[in-house]
Design a protein around this ligand. Sequence first.
Ligand code: K7E
Ligand code: CUA
Length: 658
Amino acid sequence: MWNRSILRGSALCGAIALAACSPRGEQAPAAGAPAASPAGNGSVASLMRARKLAEPDVTAALKTYTPTGVHDEYLMFASGGHSGQVLVVGLPSMRILKVIAVFTPEPWQGYGYGDQTNAVLASGNRDGQELSWADTHHPALSEMAGDYDGKFLFIGDKANARLAVIDLHDFVTKQIVVSNLIESDHGAAFVTPNTEYVIEPTQYPAPLGGGFAPIEEYDEKYRGAVLFWKFDRSKGRLDPAASFAIEVPPYMQDLADAGKLVSDGFAFVNSFNTERSYGGTLEGRPPLESGASQNDTDYLHVIDWRKAEAAVAAGKAETIRDMKVLRLPVAVAEGILHFIPEPKSPHGVDVTPDGKDIVVSGKLDTHATIYSFEKVKALIDQKKYVGTDPYGVPILPFEEAIRAQVEIGLGPLHTQYDDQGNAYTSLFLESKVAKWNVAEARVIEKIPAHYNVGHIAAAEGDTVSPDGRFLVMINKWAIDRFSGVGPLLPQNMQLVDLTSSPMQLLYDMPVPIGEPHYAQIIKADKLAPIEVYTPVGTDPITNAKAADAVEASQERIERRPDGVHVYMTAVRSHFTPDIVRVKEGEKVHLHLTNVEQAKDATHGFAIGSHNVNVSIEPGEHADIEFVAQRSGVFPMYCTEFCSALHLEMAGYLLVEPK
Ligand code: K7E
Ligand code: CUA
């Protein structure tokens, strides 16, 4: 196992003397030493010379190298960006362990090729429009008492205002919900401390529920909303009927975070473009970008979601596109929504582990602003307002709501926490991460990022009990970090050791699918995924035995009015039946069960020219529907090299002419 004791102290220097302790670039072969070969003479010192490594390189390697067979201590769930998927990365090795198929098909896993997963994907269609991509930003692990519980993962799709639920018992996406109320989101997904709700705020305002309104009527007709999707833990699904939304003014709502411990029951949502600029570069108006940067402050939205819940229960919501909506006047009258000014064009809003403070960073401000929840709550209780916004939302006084502002650097974005009372804030423009003490509001040190760091993720760094240990910088630009691969460069994630002082950069990890945005890091031992599906014939989406599950010796072919039903099993190394005879134009319903219970005994099943391709894990059942359009002879075969006779795991689909 990765051993913390070897990271500290200078024993290493002694053990690998010679070149080991000189800074990079100063190593020269010791007198009489053999000329450097790529492997040197095999000793650590000669390897260092040969590879031009300095001591920090070696300590970084020792802190991340994970011997064969050794498991990682943490898992990072990172957004897969435009791919619409989620990456699972082991730390400290930074090895990619899985791509979880979420919003888009994934051929290897057969996700989007069988009836079960097709139905999940289709539930993400918007008004019948099929969507073959997503803009995933913020994964959120489920929590109990403010701590990751390792049970579920949620992720939002900014482009299409969707949320997905992944069950971590098998790392499979079970549900996609569409927010027909809004056209885009951004601050999704963020969970409340017991995963009562998954929060999804709008990004770009539009008429609520869809439909047209002239852009000139932006102020009157366009709106944002903050959605609270009720999570039913026993079913492992979001429950639209028990969910609600709060209408908010047509600012551009951004990230969200839920209060915890003392601030539990509240949610905090950033906004920018309180100027309500809507562009019009060919119509005599400034671009949105400059129009949206006029005001010195925007509004932090403070939402009392327990009050909102009560107002919905009291019948004060209106239903728009199947979503219960608390309209703005109701939200104001019920004391659900308050604003506090926040400097300037804010991005990240991150509640401290103790729930006492809310840290906000403005992209165009050099501070991290620390709001005190205690002060905010007192101002709300006293109804101490400095006025209202144009929509009647009461505004709390900025100076009386904050505890401190920390001069932190250029372009601060996102903040994470460690177990020592420190915060870490990414500085996009400065390309650094600042470490600062929360209680003392004092910057301790900065570490460079290459380049333009966006989100950062620390080990359990947004929970009530962060672990410290590691931080991953998720950078927007890679520039010169890796070998050239054409003008579109990989994304760059950089692993940082938080236990060393100063912080040490350990590893650069190129990510070939982007843009990843946010990630969360969980202790690996909190996860307990299954190894095979039981009972044999399990439908992974319902997690119950499939209606058409096939048992060994029950294989058969039935002709029914709706087509040919093929009940097939897979076991090393054959399919039963392995010959399927149909007539041209017939519909085929293939019911396929992997009857194995051995770990890793996955089979694939493919038929060429028919877009048939599934992966059936041990015990898994898949249904596949297709039309035998064209007469001919079509090989069907297993696509996983499952045994020595894998190539022989094949058969024929025989389509006779009409
Ligand atoms: Cu890229 Cu959270 Cu969508 Cu910041 S977001 S970087
Ligand atoms: Cu089954 Cu190859």
